[in-house]
Design a binder for this molecule. Structure first.
Ligand SMILES: Nc1ncnc2c1ncn2[C@@H]1O[C@H](COP(=O)(O)OP(=O)(O)O)[C@@H](O)[C@H]1O
Ligand SMILES: [Mg+2]
Length: 250
């Protein structure tokens, strides 16, 4: 089978997949689908829509990066297991489905497992000890609550090997992950958050405004507020326009 067969979901397993992606999803988001094998094993497939041309090449690189990171972490208790990638469908990765609910749903039901965020904090620290930064922990879609009430980290698409990062950014990457945990902790289970961690969060957490949408939202907030965000805006404005220039002109 060739990559173009994958484009028509030619793979048997993908054909019989139950698609989970929300309707109207953005073009660059992967399709998530779940398939139950004849032996009863439930697997999750994550596949990108574009497989041809430069975009196809880009998404293949994304998938292969996530696959490599997942294979590195798959021995840990809080990560997806049984990671696979078919060489002929390189923009598709699959792993064993993690039973449970995404953190948002679980907490909407008011069903907060005991010490959940302590365990999530420990899990992220363990990940760092293994030399990996997740870099998207603060996104509540990336944390699944297992039926036993344990956290499972998914979506290693943005994760990085700490040793590959420039030395000065390693501490920043670890801090970003831990602030991600604290952001969710504060949002979903504020009462159990130790004061020292709350103070740390309040001191260091900054909303990410390095994407165009968020940047313009921050501008709007600034114009409508008393100017508190000016220093933050001033600092990122230069970086934003430089990145924008690099992406669009160069
Ligand atoms: N192994 C898994 N078990 C259960 N649900 C999952 C699993 N992997 C992904 N999901 C669900 O699919 C959604 C998107 O997956 P994710 O890998 O985060 O993709 P994206 O790159 O689009 O953020 C998650 O928010 C989660 O609800
Ligand atoms: Mg995600």
């Amino acid at each position: 089978m060739s990559e173009s067969d994958c484009a028509t979901l030619g793979s048997l397993e993908l054909q019989s997949c139950r698609e989970e992606s929300a309707p109207g999803q953005k073009w660059y988001k992967p399709i998530i689908c779940i398939n139950t094998k004849t032996n009863g094993e439930k697997r999750l497939f994550k596949t990108y829509r574009y497989r041809q041309g430069p975009l196809g090449q880009y998404f293949r690189l994304l998938a292969s990066h996530e696959y490599r990171m997942l294979t590195r972490v798959s021995g840990l208790a809080f990560t997806p297991q049984g990671v696979e990638r078919d060489a002929t469908c390189s923009s598709t990765i699959s792993y064993r489905y993690v039973d449970g609910a995404p953190i948002k749903e679980q907490f909407r039901k008011g069903d907060i497992p005991d010490r959940f965020f302590f365990r999530l904090y420990q899990a992220v620290s363990e990940l760092h000890e293994k030399g990996i930064a997740h870099l998207d922990v603060g996104n509540s879609g990336n944390i699944v609550v297992s039926p036993e009430g344990n956290p499972v980290l998914i979506d290693f698409g943005s994760s990085m090997l700490l040793k590959r990062l420039p030395v000065i950014t390693r501490a920043w990457a670890r801090k970003r992950d831990l602030l991600g945990v604290l952001k969710l902790w504060r949002r979903y289970d504020d009462e159990t958050m130790p004061d020292i961690l709350r103070q740390y969060y309040e001191r260091y957490y900054r909303k990410n405004i390095y994407t165009p949408k968020r940047f313009f939202k921050a501008c709007k907030r600034y114009w409508l507020s008393d100017g508190e965000e000016m220093s933050e805006l001033g600092a990122v404005a230069g970086i934003f326009f430089m990145l924008w220039f690099l992406i669009t002109i160069v």
